[in-house]
Ligand binder design. Structure first.
Ligand code: CA2
Length: 152
């Protein structure tokens, strides 16, 4: 189905997630980032909403992509900040500034891993957090986003 509504979602992926499916399947599963993005695009297309995906290994590029939403806004963000989850005040501030609701997604259960992964700079700003459900976490987040923005 083509995009029916003017609503759209941005999916942001942080550093090293371009390696998904290629290394460390025990932690992060065997789906590649491309296959995850394709599934999300199909899901959004079926719902008639727009979607864009963006991955970067560079904090500044992710900040700039969020800033670009001032010119071309979206209705909802799904973000896996990856390692920046635990380090990036800059990304937190960018998300806070654009005031677009977002869900934080993690493939692994960050609370079942090393203690340095237990703190997130994003969770208190997020609408919700999905952690530990693998690639399905992105689909669940998109489902929530679609339900929310198509009712608004
Ligand atoms: O569980 C998640 O989704 C994480 O955000 C993934 C990050 C990690 O730093 C967070 O604590 C939790 C790491 C992403 C690295 O992705 C890789 C994928 C394949 C091979 C190597 C790294």
């Amino acid at each position: 189905m083509a995009q029916l509504s003017s609503k759209s979602v941005l999916v942001l992926h942080g550093p090293n997630l371009n390696l998904l499916g290629l290394r460390e399947p025990d932690h992060y599963g065997s789906d590649t980032l491309e296959s995850i993005n394709n599934q999300l695009k199909q899901h959004a297309d079926d719902a008639g909403i727009g979607i864009d995906t963006f991955q970067s290994n560079h904090e500044g590029e992710l900040v700039e992509r969020i800033h670009s939403l001032a010119r071309a806004p979206v209705d909802f963000i799904i973000i896996n900040p990856a390692a920046f989850t635990h380090t990036s005040v800059a990304l937190r501030d960018a998300l806070s500034a654009v005031k677009i609701p977002f869900i934080e997604v993690h493939l692994s259960n960050i609370y079942a891993r090393e203690s340095f992964r237990h703190h997130s700079y994003f969770s208190d700003l997020a609408v919700g957090v999905i952690s530990g459900l693998g690639a399905r976490g992105y689909s669940l987040a998109l489902n929530y986003a679609i339900n929310t923005i198509t009712r608004a």
